[in-house]
Design a binder for this molecule. Sequence first.
Ligand code: PMP
Length: 432
Amino acid sequence: IGRTLLDHQARTESNARTYPRRLPVAVAEASGSYLTDVDGRRYIDFLTGAGVLALGHNHPDLIEAVRRQLTKLTHGLDLPTPVRDEFRRRQLGMLPESMRGSMKMHFCGPTGADGVEAAVKLCKKATGRGTVVAFQGSYHGSTHGAMSLTSETSPKTGLHNLLPGIHFAPYGYCHRCPLSLRPETCATNCAEFLANTLTDTHGGVQKPAALILELVQGEGGSIPAPEKFVHRVAGLARTLDIPLIVDEVQTGCGRTGTWFAFEQYGIEPDVVVASKGLSGMGLPVSVIMYHERLDVWSPGSHIGTFRGNNLAFASANAYLDVLERDNLLAHVLQTGDYLFAALRQLQRETVLVADVRGRGLMLGMEMAGTAVASATEVATRFQREALRRGLIVEIGGREDCVVRLLPALNVSRETTDEALAIMRDATRAVEK
Ligand code: PMP
């Protein structure tokens, strides 16, 4: 049956479909960290809806919260409701104490891209400036604005008049340093490059409306930004009075072991974008949280029909209950460390793994090319061999040569070990 569904899809859906090409699985149902296809095959899901299903599939507490809300109210525009009120209060309460009193929330349309659009529009309006600095390797979404801020050029080919005035600064991608330096001696020249560009009056960039940064680039290849790089970028934003937008669409909501990744860097962004993991179970919701001094919008500045998904708010509130009750962030850090160490061990055993990196449960293995296969081919074959053995992983990064791991945040040690055994076998199969 699976083959038939995939064939139907290929014939009648747009050619832009992506996941089914590399992960040809027709899904029947799922539970926790496991997914079952229509032919009864079981897979470990280390993709979790592109990092959306924080508590895996069908968590009973979230189902119960949504079931209760379902009979009360599903869609509420942006009218206040009890679950929306609780959502806003608790989400703002998850910010570090020093930021709590001064941050406001705006509810955006349902996707991460919509949150990014809102963040950039807000900063443009607040500063009266028109350009934006993003970073090489960035991914911020697929709408016109968000795609303009995404560095990869292939989806932009043939699209005229994307957002003008976007400057891509070097990102601290040490494994392939954009300035060809060694991390031990580099003096964070990537951030200095940005500093020069921002202050140089002879050919630098105009003072931008915002800097937009991912603290671990996700689609860009699971690349955690080096600490010194982030401090320098945040320092520049502060001294030059440029709002710093941190895109936590993928890194947020516990994925990296703290509620937001920026907490681990000790910085205070002016705008935070959150979406994917917010509801814990993939119900669409997206918000920006921003410093009140940026609150310049008049009614209607960023609206949209789907900004009142009360099912998502109910689920998000229940997700926070589970997070606190089960001490989930500690589990993410522990399991992340365990998985990271095991992948490093795998790296020592094979020439196919060039780098292991990430934070919390947002990890990646950059694969290496061999005499007969490029790094992209190695990653693609690894993904196929893992799938054949019952493990779903994504690949991404420059040239699609990074195996990306985004397990559910409550993944058990047993399932983690099962996935690791498959990754080891898949590596052996690719080596042959
Ligand atoms: N920002 C980041 C960092 C992301 O990883 C993504 C999605 N991968 C987006 C924005 C866009 O989110 P969405 O697909 O929900 O529009």
